[in-house]
Design a protein around this ligand. Structure first.
Ligand SMILES: [Ca+2]
Ligand SMILES: [Ca+2]
Length: 145
């Protein structure tokens, strides 16, 4: 029997698909939302695709202050970091979640995790062994056996 999975995304790059939320959530609620979509908060982000808006990504130093991690488990590589000048600053000892700041060329900032932000979910399409990929505007339908 052929199974199918419908994922609403609004951007694709190589083998990755991205969902840019329109609603705002705390960082932890955003992470949970992404997991519910079978994805995770975006790993890394470079560029100005986000316009002037701010989005949560999977970056955080919740477990240990100053030790940055990605929620998808990939290694944080300091030499690939794209921090906004002066950050991460752990302002008022209360900034453990990473965001991209559109107004700052998409550079990263550490912010208060309970702030309500839009967010970006990322998924690797290759994990699904999709045999057919149909793109209808922003709706992607994967068919696989
Ligand atoms: Ca911190
Ligand atoms: Ca900061």
């Amino acid at each position: 029997p052929q199974r199918f999975l419908i994922v609403i995304i609004n951007w694709a790059y190589e083998d990755k698909c991205y969902y840019f939320s329109t609603d705002r959530k705390s960082w932890d609620d955003a992470r949970t939302d992404c997991v519910g979509r079978g994805s995770h908060l975006m790993n890394a982000f470079y560029g100005s695709l986000v316009g002037t808006e701010i989005f949560w990504i999977g970056l955080n130093d919740i477990a240990a202050e100053g030790v940055w991690e990605w929620t998808d488990g990939s290694t944080f590589l300091p030499f690939l970091a794209y921090w906004k000048p002066g950050n991460p600053d752990n302002w008022e000892d209360n900034e453990d979640c990473g965001e991209v700041v559109g107004g700052e060329k998409g550079q990263w900032n550490d912010d208060v995790c309970t702030s309500l932000r839009k967010f970006i979910s990322e998924l690797s399409c290759q994990h699904w062994s999709a045999s057919i990929l149909i793109c209808v505007d922003y709706l992607f339908i994967y068919l696989f056996n």
